[in-house]
Write a protein that binds this ligand. Structure first.
Ligand SMILES: NCc1[nH]cc(CCC(=O)O)c1CC(=O)O
Length: 310
């Protein structure tokens, strides 16, 4: 491996490039002497500032990156698992090589006046285009107002400063990655704001046949992140949501080693919440994911999801 050059492709947002730097640093420890090069790509999701469902929604942050990998313009793609569609297989010819150790999965509130979520006055405008975040706020804090806001985290902070919203909800891990944890006024517990599937996990993706590279980078993988991500993505695969369906959930390797998966499906107005929480016990992670999805389907998740415009 030592003499080889690994070309790493990723989105070109500050957060994505920070993620690549983490991968390069971990690679340098595991395989000293490996040379790496960054191939930044701007994705549809970065260019289009309108509704994501208008640009096929899912895959908008990964499509061009995967295309560069498949075209041989790069050897290794770094993705946020959260951004990788789970309702369909990975693009043919590609495979996951590793899931890195998981970062904070929680969402953070950013309020320039320093207030906490429960202290925000009625009518406070929360900048978010996330159906997961707005449905949960509608359920728990119906006096707050969600206003659409897209763009990478740095741009959203600029829009907040420009007065386009009074507060933001962003992933704590993302703010850490862009070096702005200072703006966080409150980190929301998963009970208050259930995280998205894949939160805080970075995936390394390679060409399927590139076994030498897959072997080389698989050492960066984290076993707990692998179990949690496998359960969460199988859950989402079985549930078959669409880009307007508010779905949240997270798996957790617990202290005794057992894996649990909690998941929720909401109506956009937050008035209906379906909830499931199961433990794997002797089951493998994928079977846990299937079981939790089936449990929500038995509660009416299919009708709820299909009833939301998309
Ligand atoms: N949609 C953009 C995106 N993709 C992944 C993260 C957060 C980092 C992660 O969960 O890996 C973010 C930003 C955000 O939701 O605030």
């Amino acid at each position: 491996m030592s003499a080889e050059l690994i070309r790493i492709v990723s989105r070109d947002s500050p957060m994505a490039l920070a993620q690549v730097e983490r991968v390069r640093a971990e690679l340098a420890v595991l395989h000293p002497g490996t040379r790496t090069e960054v191939v930044p790509v701007r994705t549809t999701g970065d260019k289009w500032m309108g509704d994501l469902s208008a640009v096929e929604g899912k895959g908008a942050f990964t499509k061009e990156v995967d295309a560069a990998l498949l075209a041989g313009e790069a050897d290794l793609a770094v993705h946020c698992v959260k951004d990788i569609p789970a309702d369909r297989p990975l693009p043919a010819g590609t495979a996951f090589a590793a899931f890195l150790r998981r970062d904070d999965i929680r969402d953070a509130l950013i309020h320039p006046g320093g207030l906490r979520l429960d202290e925000l006055p009625a009518g406070t405008r929360i900048g978010t285009s996330s159906v997961r975040r707005s449905a949960q706020l509608a359920a728990s804090h119906p006096h707050l107002l969600c206003v659409p806001m897209r763009g990478n985290a740095n741009r959203r902070l600029e829009k907040l400063a420009a007065g386009e919203a009074d507060a933001l909800l962003l992933a704590a891990s993302g703010l850490e990655r862009i070096g702005r944890p200072d703006v966080i006024t409150e980190i929301l517990s998963p009970e208050v704001m259930c995280p998205p599937i894949g939160a805080g996990v970075l995936a390394l993706q390679c060409r399927e046949g590139d076994t030498e590279l897959i072997d080389a980078v698989s050492g960066l993988g984290d076993p707990a992140a692998h179990r949690e991500t496998t359960a969460e993505r199988m859950f989402l695969h079985v549930l078959q949501g669409h880009c307007n369906s508010p779905i949240a959930g997270y798996a957790q390797v617990e202290r005794n080693g057992d894996l649990s998966l909690r998941a929720k499906v909401f109506t956009p107005d937050g008035k209906t919440v379906l909830n499931a929480h199961e433990w794997a016990g002797a089951l493998d992670p994928a079977t846990l994911g299937t079981s939790v999805a089936v449990s929500l389907l038995r509660q009416g998740a299919r009708e709820l999801i299909d009833g939301i415009a998309h």
